[in-house]
Every structure is written in structure tokens, then in C-alpha cells.
Design a protein around this ligand. Structure first.
Ligand code: BGP
Length: 460
């Protein structure tokens, strides 16, 4: 039976400025935290590969967009680099960046690829990080000005805008889990960063509304659906906490206009409440979005905590739950995560039942594989595992849509193998393979399959 999607469905892939553009300081680009950290903390980066070593979208965007058309994309999401456009984060705009983004957007439109533009994909300008990044309320104002500049420059042609990619990650990875610069481990500071990102999101949405532009604006969230090991109260409590801290906290603020009361209760009990004003809460409650992007990679399987946390240690959501891998489950061993296609259906149902069935799309979904060169035959990566992955996830998505979910599209992570935050080029995700030695980009079998799927609006 054919798995069929509406003719208006958005098909394509997602990428981000830092992961694809390259060219660290050329043409007036200012440094961002990744340019800085991948040089100064080089040992933390896989093989020491920095942000300079990318697929060079900045140089090759015309050929790359042609490659998108070659496999029939009708849409593509990328981000603008704040520090390319405004090298110091505030103040002067870099004319070469304006020229580049104008050309990129025009080229996408000319090739029939709808641009989905995101303003922030983890890449704080270094000049603003030095002032405290999103811990500093002034940076919210700087972000608001940056957003306004982007809307003014490109708002006449871009119909789909996103304020942030995965707002939780800069807070969690940068201020609690020691994965992103500035490598702080402090729950209260992480909570402040998250709160300020949510405020920055609201400011940008409101500027967009005031400008009366014709497009839609939203945000891209990473959702890791939580599954308790059992229905016993201790496992259920663990699952409730994992969901509360990592998903409901942001989702409720953005989609329901308020933080969950239960979150406040728990944070108060542990004396971890960040400073939140009545004006902040009013802003959050007065802001709503048009379109939601969901990044989905894996489920979070949760069980009751086995060892009690050290009460003198740094407070963390992980005090309340343990994650585990279910024996026998299908794994992506390159990343050490479970492959669970039904998760996408569960997310769709949650949006339908708890979040007003808002219009949404899959803004990232993908499978990062180590050692893909071993799958090259006759010059092409024979990534049947990626085709299976796509088919299974799309089938569950399709089922949810038949049951009334307002899903408007599907973007795979990613278009061409890209530089990744932690693992550089170890795990490959693209529809196109990047030969790092030669820079050559060649379509994989999954890219050919995706093209046929787009042209047929589905697959058998
Ligand atoms: C998402 C990010 C992407 C991308 C992807 C794959 O969370 O939005 O930027 O990197 O994850 O993850 P990784 O690169 O860590 O394998």
C-alpha cells in the first residue's frame, strides 16, 4: 500500500550556518563561540577538526542549491550566522554577509526551494559571549535587534522564520552538562540561560508581528519522548521529572504561554528557582507562534533512580531519573542511541492532544553513521539503512497525519555530510557524501530514494 503525502507537503533537509558555511573570518565574519572553542579547546573536538573545515556552503552555495534541486527538494532549512551578519553581535552590519544571504535566498527561490530560515543555531557571537551570553539580559536586546535586522533585510522573501533551534541545548549543554562552550556546570545559571532564550524568542516573534510581514514565525524544538520502564510509581515519577525538565519546561512556555506549575514547585523545593519577573511571565503569556519545528532522533527510556544523588553536588534533573537502554532494542551504534520510529507518531499525538494541534513539521530526523565509506559501491554510498530509517519514520508520521495531525513537512538531517559539534565528521548524516580529502559531494542511494519519494508524494 502506498504511503502517500499531500501534494503541498514540504520535503527537504536541514542544516546550519556554523556546520556548513565554513570560512572562519573571511569576508568580515566575526568569531562565534564555536570558532573560538574549536580552536582554544581543540582537544574537546573530534580529531581536532574546527569550524573552518566544512562543506563550504559559503563558497559553493550555488552548486549546493543545484544539488538540492537535483534531488527535488521543495524546501530547505538553514540558519543565518549572527556573527557573519553582525560581527560584534551588535552594531555594524557586514555588507558581504548581506550580499551572501541575499544571493543564497534568491538562489533557493529561483530553484523552487522554499527557504526556511532560522536565526540562531547554537552560535553566540564571541563578542556577546564575553558579556555573559544569554545570562545577560542585554544580550536579549542584542538578539532582538539582530532579528529585526534579518526581518528587514530578508523578510520580503522569506515566508518561514524560526527564532531558535533547540532552545534547551545552549542552556543544558553549555551550562549544565559540560558539552558546549562556556563549559559551565551550574543548574541555576542554566535555568537563567533557558529563561532568557525564551524571552529572546518572544521578543523576536513580537518584532516580527509588529513589522506586519506576511510570513509565519515559529521555533524549532528537540523533543525526546519519555517512556517509563514500568507503571510502578517510582518509574512513573522518574519519567514525569525527565519530561518536566527537558520537554514540558520549554514546550509549555512557548506553546501554552506558561511554565508548568509543577516545575516551579520542584525548583522551589530545591531552592533552584531562577529570577523570573511578572513582566517576563506576561511577555511569555502574550506570545504565540504560527509553526512548530520538531527535531526527533531518539526516545528517552527512564527508570527510577538507583543511587541517591549527592545532596552537596550540583543540582541536576538527573537527580530524579536514570536513563537506560532496553536490551534487544534496535540501536544506532555510531551514536549509542535507540532507533524508535514510533516516537515520531507519539510526538505528533502529543502535539494534537496537548498543544492545540498546531501546524508543525519534522525539522530534523536522521541517522548519523560512522565509517560510511565502507558502504561505497560503484562510487555511491549504498545507505539502505538510511532508506529503511526514512521509510519507517515517514510511515508513522503518515499514520499520525491520517489521524488528524497537522504536519506540513519533513526535513531530514542533513543535506550534505556536515561538521558536527562534538564528533566533527565521524558520524555522517547527509543525502550527499562529502569527500573530505577532495571536497567532492556525491549523492547517496538515500538521496536518489528521497528524490523519487518527493516526486511521487510518497512510496510503496
Ligand atoms: C541536532 C542539532 C544539529 C545536529 C544534529 C545531529 O540536535 O540541531 O545541529 O548536529 O543534532 O547531532 P550530532 O551532530 O551531535 O550527531
Amino acid at each position: 500500500m502506498k504511503v502517500e503525502f499531500p501534494k503541498t507537503f514540504f520535503w527537504g533537509a536541514a542544516s546550519s550556518a556554523t556546520q556548513a558555511e565554513g570560512r572562519l573570518v573571511d569576508d568580515g565574519k566575526g568569531e562565534n563561540i564555536w570558532d573560538y572553542a574549536s580552536k582554544e579547546y581543540n582537544h574537546r573536538f573530534y580529531d581536532g577538526v574546527t569550524t573552518e573545515n566544512t562543506s563550504l556552503f559559503y563558497r559553493d552555495y550555488q552548486q549546493d542549491i543545484q544539488k538540492m534541486q537535483d534531488i527535488s527538494f521543495n524546501s530547505f532549512r538553514t540558519s543565518l550566522s549572527w556573527s557573519r551578519l553582525i560581527p560584534n553581535g551588535t552594531g555594524e552590519v557586514n555588507p558581504k554577509a548581506v550580499k551572501f544571504y541575499n544571493h543564497m535566498i534568491d538562489e533557493l527561490i529561483a530553484k523552487g526551494v522554499e527557504p526556511f530560515i532560522n536565526l540562531y543555531h547554537f552560535d553566540m557571537p564571541m563578542a556577546l559571549q564575553e558579556k555573559g551570553g544569554f545570562e545577560n539580559k542585554e544580550v536579549i536586546q542584542a538578539y532582538k535587534q539582530y532579528a529585526e535586522t534579518c526581518f528587514e533585510l530578508f523578510g520580503d522573501r522569506v515566508n518561514y522564520w524560526f527564532t531558535f533551534n533547540e532552545p534547551m541545548i545552549p542552556a543544558e549543554a553549555g551550562y549544565l552538562h559540560d558539552r558546549h562552550y562556556p563549559y559551565v556546570v551550574d543548574f541555576k545559571r542554566a535555568a537563567m540561560v533557558l529563561h532568557n532564550i525564551i524571552l529572546a524568542h518572544c521578543e523576536a516573534v513580537n518584532v516580527y508581528r509588529e513589522m506586519k510581514l506576511a510570513g509565519k514565525i515559529g521555533i524549532i524544538m528537540d523533543v525526546i519522548p519519555v517512556y517509563p520502564r514500568s507503571q510502578n510509581p517510582a518509574d512513573l515519577y522518574a519519567a514525569e521529572m525527565a519530561d518536566l525538565f527537558y520537554t514540558k519546561s520549554v514546550n509549555d512556555a512557548i506553546l501554552k504561554g506558561q511554565y508548568p506549575a509543577r516545575l516551579k514547585e520542584v525548583l522551589e523545593e530545591y531552592d533552584q528557582l531562577p529570577e523570573v519577573t511578572e513582566a517576563d511571565l506576561a511577555l511569555i503569556s502574550a506570545t504565540s507562534i504560527d509553526l512548530l519545528g520538531i527535531n526527533y532522533y531518539r526516545p528517552r527510556r527512564v527508570k527510577a533512580k538507583e543511587c541517591l544523588p549527592n545532596p552537596d553536588g550540583v543540582f541536576s534533573p538527573e537527580w530524579f531519573f536514570d536513563e537506560y537502554v532496553m536490551p534487544g532494542r534496535r540501536m544506532n551504534t555510531s551514536r549509542g542511541i535507540e532507533i524508535y520510529p514510533k516516537g515520531i507518531y507519539d510526538i505528533a499525538k502529543k502535539i494534537q492532544t496537548e498543544y492545540g494541534n498546531i501546524d508543525w513539521f519534522v525539522s530534523e530526523n536522521g541517522i548519523g553513521i560512522e565509517g560510511e565509506e565502507a558502504f561505497i559501491e560503484e562510487g555511491m554510498v549504498q545507505d539502505d539503512y538510511r532508506i529503511d530509517f526514512l521509510k519507517e519514520h515517514l510511515t508513522y508520521l503518515n499514520q499520525a497525519m491520517k489521524e488528524g495531525s497537522n504536519c506540513l513537512g519533513y526535513h531530514m538531517w542533513t543535506f550534505v555530510d556536515c561538521w558536527s559539534w562534538g564528533n566533527a565528521y565521524k558520524n555522517r548524516y547527509g543525502f550527499y557524501r562529502l569527500n573530505l580529502a577532495t571536497g567532492e559531494k556525491s549523492v547517496k542511494k538515500s538521496g536518489v530514494w528521497f528524490k523519487e519519494t518527493i516526486e511521487n508524494n510518497g512510496f510503496d
